[in-house]
Write a protein that binds this ligand. Structure first.
Ligand code: FES
Length: 155
C-alpha cells in the first residue's frame, strides 16, 4: 500500500485559507449552538423560581381612602378578575370574580352585601361561601394587605 498523498498547498494558499475559514465558521456555529443550548438549559432550571414569582405576586387595588365602607370594586386582572370589598374602617377582603359554576363574572350587590352571578343566580357571601344556586364551591379568596394606605392583593 502506498502512503496517503499529502496535498501540497498551492502557491496561492487559497485552499488552506478556505479550509481555515470553514473551520472557523464551523466553530462559530458550534459556539452559537452551545450558547443557545446553555440558554435553554438555564431557562429550564430557572423556571420554577419564575413560576413562584408569578403565583405569588402582588396586585395594587388602589388607595384605601378611595373605597367607601361597604364598597366593592371589580379589579380586572387578566383572566383572574377579583373583587375588593371594604368591610369597615380597617378590614378589606378580596375574592375571585369568576363564578365556580361556569365561570361567569359575578356582580357585587352592595345593598345585600353579596356577590350575585348573573348567569344562573348563584349567590356568594363576602367570605366567598355559596349561599344559593348551582355553584359547586366557594369563590377563592385572596390575602389583602394595606401598606402606606394602598391596598395590595396577594394573588
Ligand atoms: S355561572 Fe354562576 S351560577 Fe352558573
Amino acid at each position: 500500500m502506498s502512503a496517503p498523498r499529502e496535498r501540497a498547498a498551492p502557491a496561492t494558499g487559497e485552499p488552506a485559507t478556505r479550509r481555515r475559514f470553514l473551520t472557523w465558521l464551523s466553530r462559530a456555529f458550534l459556539g452559537l449552538w452551545g450558547l443557545g443550548a446553555a440558554g435553554v438549559v438555564g431557562a429550564y432550571l430557572r423556571a420554577p423560581e419564575h413560576r413562584e414569582k408569578v403565583a405569588g405576586h402582588l396586585v395594587s387595588a388602589g388607595l384605601l381612602d378611595d373605597f367607601k365602607i361597604g364598597e366593592g370594586r371589580l379589579v380586572r386582572h387578566g383572566v383572574s378578575p377579583f373583587y375588593v370589598v371594604r368591610l369597615d374602617a380597617e378590614r378589606v377582603v378580596a375574592l375571585s370574580a369568576v363564578c365556580t359554576h361556569v365561570r361567569c363574572i359575578v356582580d357585587f350587590d352592595r345593598e345585600r352585601r353579596v356577590l350575585v352571578c348573573p348567569c344562573h343566580d348563584g349567590r356568594f357571601d363576602l367570605a366567598g361561601n355559596v349561599l344559593s344556586g348551582p355553584p359547586p364551591r366557594a369563590l377563592p379568596t385572596y390575602a389583602v394587605s394595606v401598606r402606606a394606605g394602598e391596598i395590595f392583593v396577594h394573588l
